[in-house]
Write a protein that binds this ligand. Sequence first.
Ligand code: A4P
Ligand code: MG
Length: 159
Amino acid sequence: MPTDAAIGLGSNLGDRQHVISSAIDALGNLPGTTLSAVSPIIETSPVGPQDQPDYLNAVAVVRTTLTPRQLLDELLAIERRLGRDRSEPTRWGPRRIDLDLLLHGDTVIDEPGLTLPHPHMHERHFVLEPLAAVLPEAWHPLRLRTVAELLSDLRVQEH
Ligand code: A4P
Ligand code: MG
């Protein structure tokens, strides 16, 4: 059965717009996968080390027969093709492209190399804002809140 999966895209090096568009095209070409929605692209200040350029962030929704692990492997392959340099040592540092698997249906996984839902998604504006634009009613199976609710929770916490 195909499942809806949400993928977070981020870029803060090189031609950010072009890299994000190329990654979205690549998602639509994955086996067993169709692209169902793409959020607006937003510009965001870096979370983590501040001495790096601003990011462009977006979220894509795909309908896929790939398992979470297969989809993650495809995301890592797209990152490599688009020139992500994994020798970059800084955690949360600058990158041409970062693809995070945010949600895969309501799957919960905590294994080496794969955590679902993405462990930081509920605390990040740069994820929740574009995600709420395309999948506001998606369910976070651990926080027991919809994406729209997680975004409004985050806004309340910050005021
Ligand atoms: N991994 C495990 N679960 C997942 C998952 N659900 N999705 C593993 C993707 N990857 C997952 O990832 C390291 C390993 O995580 C992968 O090999 C995979 O097996 P990574 O992308 O190399 O690590 P990272 O991105 O440097 O660290 P981390 O903690 O994933 O950082 P994030 O969460 O990706 O954050 N500020 C703004 N404004 N916008 C951004 O997009 N991005 C980051 C990176 C920091 N600050 C930002 C932004
Ligand atoms: Mg990442």
